[in-house]
Design a protein around this ligand. Structure first.
Ligand SMILES: [Fe+2]
Length: 250
């Protein structure tokens, strides 16, 4: 379908079609501001691959982790401008916007409390992530505070927090409290280990996932996603990504 874009001689069969997903809401495509891509060229190469996979709208989400990546709306939006210009120049058929992936730390809580400007996904959705190794003292309360402040929390890759694996009821409590859950595509292919895959499948079986995301940091992630075609969940689960298409971005 898009062979014109990727070279006439590219006869490699497209292994995975995420056209029904259409909108990717989690990636790290702005160069040099987090642990994602480091150059415009790398970003463009990945965006081309995402188009090949069936993505036509991208909300890229740089990390905001105050100990490592002190990103602000200014750093993110100026980087977005640069990538957008490159996408236009390369005539790539994709629209690209930016939000952020906010790590819940003291700085984040402070920003919530002072009402500082945050970058959101459509529908005033705030993509947040938790620590991987040690649980927060008050995960549920923090997520519910986000709701009280008028945002719709979207928890990034809930399946990757191993400390939840022994008490899966936590996930249902989060959803019942108004949190949407975003699964990483690579969690289904064993990329993060069997425990993560098992939890990902449990979350899907119990209809607790709302969105799918690539969480692509580098080309290798997208190559792995392309190989994950055998996993039926990607095709049969009613991910809601498309409902974020064409919503006016705040
Ligand atoms: Fe991420």
């Amino acid at each position: 379908m898009l062979n014109w874009l990727f070279g006439k001689g590219d006869s490699k069969k497209k292994e995975l079609d995420l056209l029904h997903i259409g909108v990717d809401i989690h990636s790290h495509l702005i160069p040099g501001i987090d642990d994602g891509v480091q150059s415009v060229e790398e970003s463009l190469t990945m965006i081309k691959k995402m188009i090949e996979l069936g993505i036509n709208q991208i909300y890229t989400t740089p990390h905001v982790i105050w100990d490592c990546y002190r990103n602000t709306p200014d750093t993110i939006l100026s980087g977005l401008e640069m990538i957008r210009n490159a996408v236009v120049e390369a005539q790539l058929p994709v629209s690209i916007n930016a939000a952020a992936e906010y790590f819940i730390d003291e700085h984040f809580i402070q920003m919530m409390q002072t009402g500082e400007r945050l970058l959101t996904l459509p529908g005033n959705r705030l993509l947040v992530e938790l620590p991987y190794s040690t649980p927060l003292m008050n995960t549920s309360e923090t997520l519910f505070m986000i709701v009280e402040k008028g945002y719709q929390p979207v928890l990034a890759h809930p399946e990757r927090y191993a400390y939840f694996h022994n008490d899966l009821s936590v996930y249902r409590k989060l959803v019942d409290g108004g949190c949407e859950l975003q699964l990483n595509v690579l969690s289904l292919s064993g990329h993060y280990g069997p425990g993560v895959t098992r939890t990902a499948e449990w979350l899907l079986e119990n209809h607790l996932i709302t969105f799918l995301g690539t969480d692509a940091h580098k080309m290798a992630h997208l190559d792995s996603i392309q190989k994950s075609n055998r996993h039926g969940w990607l095709l049969k689960y009613p991910f809601q990504n498309e409902k974020l298409a064409f919503i006016r971005h705040k």
